[in-house]
Design a protein around this ligand. Structure first.
Ligand SMILES: [Fe+2]
Length: 386
């Protein structure tokens, strides 16, 4: 007897997989709804959590207007390039490069002890290295309010359109993998791999810059994060292709992510958006070009016909995702905070454990500048890609 497929379910799964539906969702029927109507994780997960104040909730009454343009001044530009505050008189300091051009690991610097000048220097270091892994941090013990205030130094904080956030702190983005089999089955149901490279929320008018990610709980020796350097990826291209790509613009969409949330019974804090960004953006601190396309949110190169656009985008995605000598792997230890520059570093979660432990993390996500193809347009409200 032939297997009966439920067509809508198959279509939904396929669509979710194309655009990487690996977000932390509320699951209708599995999770719970409070008397106030706020969506919450099942009580069985709340009881087990070591950091309940950081657990995700989804408030369907939180509605926000569309994001509008604001000027952005990068803290890395005002930083002292000698790093006198970040690295001052510190015998415990240990700095090691993860790869020669991309990624640094630091021990002996406590983020919560940095003054404003030190935070500016942190931004400069993250811009220069793409990814910086800070070990032995006391960040998580300070709670959500502290995390939010800390992040505000680096820019106006982003509120995600659909993701879980601690109650009353929509500015924090929570990822939480439930410690049960279903969580893994969802990822591998229609895929051989959990790898989904992307840059966070590239569909926004002003996508994030310096992004802080702190893992609160996770498996031992698993759940790493992969990073790929789109600045080096651009440099590897032939000069004539670099020149051609630098004239192009890409539409990015949040629609599919919003639909994935709705399909699971989740929320939408804002209406979905489409924004056009240059395919090659210029970094305001480094004054260098990076490729700004990703499989999760980029949809079409405006100057090309769809089949041409699909072919060229696929080539660029493959370059960033599969070229291992422009990548690094960040391993998590208790107390690790990883900071990346979302304008340059593409990243992917790695879901490679199956013991029943949760992976719980929070992200602080400051907006950056509106991406520009030329720094003469930086903070130009009238700039619109030609
Ligand atoms: Fe991400």
């Amino acid at each position: 007897m032939p297997v009966q497929y439920e067509v809508t379910k198959v279509t939904a799964t396929a669509k979710a997989d194309i655009h990487g539906d690996f977000d932390t969702h509320f699951y209708r029927g599995q999770d719970e709804i409070s008397e106030e109507g706020v969506l919450k994780l099942s009580e069985k997960y709340v009881k087990k959590s070591k950091f309940p104040e950081f657990l995700p909730t989804w408030d369907p009454y939180q509605k926000f207007p569309p994001l509008t343009f604001h000027e952005y001044y990068d803290p890395g530009i005002r930083a002292d390039p000698e790093f006198p505050n970040l690295f001052k008189n510190n015998e415990k300091l240990s700095i090691s490069k993860i790869t020669p051009k991309f990624g640094t690991e630091l021990r002996g610097v406590q983020l919560t002890e940095l003054n404003n000048a030190g935070r500016d220097e942190l931004a400069l270091l993250v811009a220069q290295r793409g990814v910086v892994v800070f070990r032995d941090q006391d960040f998580a013990s300070r709670g959500p309010e502290y995390a939010m205030r800390f992040g505000e130094h680096f820019g106006k904080l982003h509120i995600h359109q659909t993701s879980g956030a601690p109650e009353k702190y929509p500015h924090l983005h929570i990822t939480f993998r439930r410690p049960d089999r279903q969580e893994f089955d969802r990822v591998f149901r229609d895929s051989h791999s959990s790898i989904r490279f992307h840059t966070d929320v590239s569909y926004e008018l002003q996508p994030p810059s310096y992004t802080f990610f702190s893992v609160l709980e996770g498996p031992e020796g698993g759940g790493d994060t992969l990073f790929s350097d789109s600045l080096e990826a651009f440099n590897r291209l032939s000069p004539s292709l670099q020149e051609y790509l630098s004239q192009l613009h890409v539409v990015h969409s949040s629609k599919e992510q919003a639909e994935n949330s709705s399909r699971q019974g989740g929320i939408q804090r804002r209406e979905p958006v489409f924004h056009i960004h240059p395919l090659v953006r210029v970094h305001p601190v480094l004054k260098k070009k990076t490729l700004f396309v990703n499989r999760m949110f980029s949809r079409k190169i405006l100057e090309l016909k769809q089949p041409e656009s699909d072919l060229l985008l696929k080539f660029l995605y493959d370059l960033v995702e599969n070229t291992q000598d422009l990548q690094l792997r960040a391993r998590w230890e208790p107390g690790t905070v990883t900071v990346w520059d979302n304008r340059r570093a593409h990243h992917s979660a790695v879901i490679d454990w199956d013991e029943p432990v949760s992976r719980h993390a929070f992200r602080i996500t400051p907006h950056g500048e509106r991406p520009v193809e030329d720094l003469k347009y930086l903070n130009d409200k009238t700039y619109y890609p030609s």
